[in-house]
Structures are given as structure tokens and as C-alpha cells.
Design a protein around this ligand. Structure first.
Ligand code: TXA
Ligand code: MG
Length: 319
């Protein structure tokens, strides 16, 4: 494995059926040729991902989205026209040219256009779309730097394309259409629901929880989780009763001087949601690598990107 910035190397490896770590504005992906079932099977193998969990297909422009989709409902097309490229995935009826292994047998496919110059250039150089889940072992925290990918999957992939730290830091928002034609949110993510509702003028239905046979494992109540147990609590109440040397803390904007600074993550001192989202996964990862017994975290205000941040914190928490 090596980390580099050479888009041609990445393109060549992908053309030969290999997997490459790719940067996006949300999180890093583990990418392979979406038209090549053998490459796709390697993705499932390396991530130890259950075969019922479909992959998102990444393309470079709107034309390609239309080429892969059998049909795009008007409302989804409006959202696409406004927010793609961006932290958004739409679920649409697929055309047969997308192998079933990509969608785990579903007639629907998730498609997105990442807003990242490096990966958009890579997509222009190759003549196939890229299937890419987040580049982490199944169930673990998603990577937001090339080094995060190397730390966990480095021995299993030949190249990681370095595009810097992810600007959004949370996975894409996933939007689909349910049977009665209304839009539903399958995963809260980097595009806020307020933005989508403002555009469509309609309230979104949220359908992002499932305890069995989930449509999306990101719906499972335990996901995105560190190994050190993480507990959600009111920090002001609990902070006095823990061993300050053995406890990690994730706060939204407060500081707690009793906790060792190396074990302390403030998501955003100014209370900025974008900054908090960018810092969440790297903060969890940092604490997971510290010699501590537990992590205490608090929920952030439940508006704007706070919805997606709280969703990830809840799924990271020990139950
Ligand atoms: O921001 C992102 O979306 C990142 C970057 C790399 O693009 N990708 C990502 O992929 O988060 P992954 O595989 O970690 O999560 C994708 C989620 C899964 O929970 C999957 O079940 C759901 O999207 N999904 C994909 N295709 C679907 C489909 N056809 N129907 C329903 N859910 C789908
Ligand atoms: Mg993932």
C-alpha cells in the first residue's frame, strides 16, 4: 500500500480491477469499478461487509446519473440539480448494466456525485462509475483522512489517493422515494434536511431506523462505533464522578479542565455545526487510540447538521 496524489496511478489500478482508497467531501471511500462484479466482491471481502448491504455508485456528472438510472422521479431530479455534486445520495430504479452485487439484489441503486476535485478528475479519466462504501471495516468509524484508511485497510489495498482531510466529515444524506411517491430520508448526513425541505417545500419523512433486515446497515442501532465504550450523558452532571486519567470526553463546545487535554475533544468551541461535523469522526478515532476505559459524550443541539451528528453519536454509543 502507499498513499499518494497521483490520479493516473489510481485510474490505472482501477482499470485493472484493483481497489483504491478515494477522497470525497464526506468521508474516504473504498472504490472499485462498479461494472466489474469481481472488483465489487473484493470490496465486500476487505470491509467484511454483509452481502445484503448495497454500495453507493459514484459518478462525475448529471448525465451519468441519468445513464445509470432507469427512471428519476421529478422531485429527486430537482434535488439532484441543486445539490449534486454534494453530500447527497439518491436512490433510484437501476438499469441492468449495474450488476446486482452492487445493489445487493435490489432493483434500486444509490448514486452520488462527490464534491471533490481530485475524485471528479479521477472519474473523468476512467470510463466506468465507482462503487465505494466508506473505507472502514464494517461497523467501525468512517475515515476522514488518507491516513485513517491506511491505518485500517492499508495492508489490503494497493493505493490510497490523498485528497486531504474531508471537508464535510459525515457521510452523504440518503434520499429515496417510498411507495406512495413521497420523499424519505434513509440516512441523515452532510446535506441538512432543512436545505432539502426548503427546496421542495415539503416535509420529509424519516425512515432511518431498523433493528432487523435493514435497508441500510447505517440504519442499525450500532454502527460507526469505537472499540472503547462510548456513553451519552449530560457532561456537566457526570464529569465530577469519573477517573479523569482514564476517561475520554467529547463535548460540543464546552471545556472541562479536570480532564487531561489529550483525552478531550471539543467539536467546535464556537458552536459551529460544520466544524463539529468535520471533527467528530477524527475525534472518536483519536480517543479510541488512547489508553482509556470509556468515552463520555454529549448530544449537540438537534438542528442543522446536529441531526446527523447526533445520529452518529447515538449509533456509536454502547447500549
Ligand atoms: O458519503 C458517503 O455516502 C460515503 C462516500 C464514500 O461516498 N459512502 C458511504 O457508503 O457512506 P457506505 O457504504 O458506508 O454507506 C452507504 C449506505 C449503506 O448503509 C447502504 O445500505 C445504503 O447506503 N444504500 C446504498 N445503496 C442503497 C440502495 N439501493 N437502497 C437502500 N440503501 C442503499
Ligand atoms: Mg459506511
Amino acid at each position: 500500500m502507499f498513499i499518494g496524489k497521483d490520479i493516473n496511478i489510481a485510474a490505472e489500478l482501477l482499470q485493472k480491477g484493483n481497489l483504491v482508497g478515494i477522497p470525497t467531501e464526506t468521508v474516504y471511500g473504498l472504490a472499485g469499478n462498479a461494472f466489474d462484479p469481481v472488483a465489487i466482491s473484493k470490496i465486500f471481502q476487505i470491509k467484511k461487509r454483509p452481502s445484503f448491504d448495497p454500495l453507493i455508485v459514484h459518478v462525475g456528472d448529471h448525465e451519468e446519473v441519468k445513464y445509470l438510472a432507469a427512471y428519476i422521479p421529478n422531485e429527486l431530479e430537482t434535488i439532484m440539480n441543486h445539490y449534486m455534486p454534494g453530500p447527497l445520495t439518491i436512490i433510484v430504479k437501476k438499469r441492468h448494466l449495474i450488476p446486482d452485487i452492487v445493489t445487493a439484489g435490489s432493483p434500486y441503486v444509490g448514486i452520488r456525485i462527490p464534491k471533490h476535485d481530485v475524485t471528479l478528475e479521477l472519474l473523468r479519466k476512467i470510463d466506468f462509475p465507482l462503487a465505494a462504501p466508506s473505507a472502514n471495516p464494517f461497523g467501525y468509524i468512517s475515515p476522514t483522512t488518507a491516513q485513517h484508511v491506511a491505518d485500517q485497510l492499508g495492508s489490503k489495498i494497493s493505493y490510497i489517493l490523498d485528497g486531504g482531510a474531508c471537508e464535510v466529515g459525515l457521510e452523504s444524506t440518503i434520499i429515496g422515494v417510498n411507495n406512495n411517491g413521497s420523499l424519505q430520508v434513509l440516512r441523515k448526513g452532510g446535506l441538512t434536511l432543512e436545505h432539502i425541505e426548503e427546496l421542495t417545500g415539503k416535509k420529509l419523512t424519516i425512515n432511518d431506523h431498523s433493528s432487523s433486515n435493514p435497508q441500510a446497515p447505517g440504519m442499525l442501532s450500532s454502527h460507526y462505533a469505537p472499540r472503547v465504550p462510548l456513553y451519552l450523558c449530560n457532561l456537566r452532571e457526570k464529569i465530577g464522578s469519573v477517573d479523569p486519567e482514564r476517561t475520554g470526553v467529547i463535548s460540543f463546545s464546552d471545556r472541562f479542565p479536570s480532564i487531561s487535554p489529550n483525552h478531550f475533544v471539543t467539536l467546535s468551541e464556537s458552536g459551529d455545526f460544520g466544524e463539529a461535523a468535520r471533527n467528530l469522526f477524527s475525534g472518536m478515532r483519536h480517543l479510541d487510540n488512547c489508553d482509556i476505559d470509556l468515552i463520555l459524550a454529549e448530544l449537540v443541539p438537534n438542528v442543522n447538521l446536529g441531526l446527523a451528528i447526533n445520529d452518529r453519536l447515538r449509533r456509536a454509543a454502547t447500549h
